[in-house]
Unconditional design. Structure first.
Length: 190
């Protein structure tokens, strides 16, 4: 698929976005990961990555996180499956630090963090993770990344379907307040 002329790379598109919407059912989205969590994820990849490449990728991931606080700040919506929050990536302290970071990020005025609880067996997100990005003065696009394969979705009808699905996902997930309370309970249960 040929990308639009204005698309350079995902990080650039993300940095220019006025709104970011994430649905994640396998991992914590990269913008929300702590350094230790990101390192643990890259270290467990198969086939194995060499140490230098792991450090490069961790540094790149952390550098992208400025998006959350740059001015003007984008609106960021994120729905994470409860199973992701229960899966301890890295050592116990890494997992606890990640949960604390999610609570902190969920308190930012421009971030709405929601959890899709395990007791919702049927919901609109069962087709897998995706991202919606609304760049400045450009049409909204979708982005899929699975098994190191990425796809930018620019077809208006495909983007409309993803946006509609995301609306359903958000309505089926816990509210931001209830989501924060759930993450706090998970943290206490560690």
């Amino acid at each position: 698929m040929k990308h639009p002329v204005w698309f350079k790379d995902y990080a650039k598109l993300e940095a220019d976005a006025v709104e970011l919407s994430y649905y994640s059912n396998h991992t914590v989205p990269g913008l929300f990961q702590t350094e230790a969590h990101a390192r643990a994820l890259y270290a467990m990849r198969k086939p194995l990555l060499d140490e230098d490449l792991i450090e490069q990728r961790v540094a790149a991931r952390l550098a992208r996180q400025v998006v959350l606080t740059k001015r003007p700040v984008p609106m960021v919506n994120c729905v994470i499956e409860e199973a992701v929050l229960r899966r301890p990536i890295g050592e116990r302290d890494v997992h606890e630090e990640q949960l604390v970071e999610l609570i902190r990020l969920g308190r930012l005025r421009n971030v709405e963090l929601q959890v899709m609880p395990l007791d919702h067996p049927e919901h609109a997100g069962l087709g897998g993770p995706f991202i919606l990005l609304t760049p400045t003065r450009r049409p909204q696009v979708g982005y899929l990344e699975v098994q190191n394969i990425s796809r930018l979705i620019t077809d208006p009808e495909e983007v409309r379907v993803l946006a509609s699905r995301y609306g359903c996902i958000r309505s089926q997930a816990l509210t931001p307040r209830k989501s924060s309370a759930l993450i706090e309970r998970l943290l206490k249960d560690q």
